[in-house]
Design a protein. Structure first.
Length: 223
């Protein structure tokens, strides 16, 4: 991968750390969750550093492996009694303000695109409007949870909208990685997320963001 300015790495790593710390503190077992996230992140960083995900034409494609474990974990949490008990103990106020991390994430993606390691269509100049989630998160947090001026319908609608935005990015990201299933960005594929440390975006940050929205929707709809 092309040499990147040090600030790109610094902003991304700081954003990752803020994400997992904020998410962990929103759970009823912060130390355990933080430890598990760090272990999973360490494994993925090792694979990214070794070039494991650079086998573009392997069958099956290796990139989706990043999403398998988080997806299974999310399903198990929502499908089991203990998982639902854990979810119901989470703090959606903290989960809401956590979404501000999507602002620096989008800046990092933009910088990666400028350095020809990430498709422009997946930045806010293309099909990625996820920065809206980050920009509106402080407003939703303040008016919805500090001032209690927003009703449940608005909070539910915001979570659904922002969940749709991150799923849009995730799907476009998967289909832009060099692989047999690539559909987009052939002129500049999505390769940055296959390298350390940016592999932590699909492996940790995106699943955490998706899970946070699902948790918030469950708690809001339960009243």
């Amino acid at each position: 991968m092309a040499t990147l300015p040090i600030y790109v790495y610094a902003v991304f790593i700081i954003t990752f750390l803020i994400t997992i710390i904020a998410f962990s503190r929103a759970t009823p077992k912060p130390r355990l969750v933080l430890m598990l996230l760090l272990i999973w992140a360490g494994v993925q960083c090792s694979l990214g550093f070794s070039g494991f995900y650079l086998q573009f034409h392997s069958t099956p494609p290796r990139f989706p492996i990043l999403l398998i474990a988080p997806t299974i974990a999310i399903i198990l949490l929502f499908a089991t009694k203990k998982g639902l008990h854990f979810i119901d103990g989470m703090n959606i106020n903290t989960l809401c303000i956590m979404h501000t991390i999507r602002i620096p994430v989008e800046l990092v993606l933009y910088w990666l695109a400028l350095h020809k390691t990430f498709p422009q269509l997946m930045t806010f100049e293309g099909r990625n409007w996820d920065i809206i989630s980050g920009l509106t998160a402080p407003l939703i947090y303040y008016w919805g949870f500090v001032k209690n001026k927003l009703n449940k319908q608005i909070l539910v609608g915001w979570n659904i909208l922002c969940l749709g935005l991150v799923l849009n990015v995730m799907i476009n990201g998967i289909l832009s990685v060099p692989s047999p299933i690539q559909k987009f960005a052939f002129e500049q594929p999505n390769i940055a997320v296959l390298y350390f440390p940016f592999v932590l975006l699909p492996a940790v940050i995106v699943p955490v963001v998706i899970f946070a929205h699902l948790v918030s929707l469950r708690k809001l709809l339960k009243g």
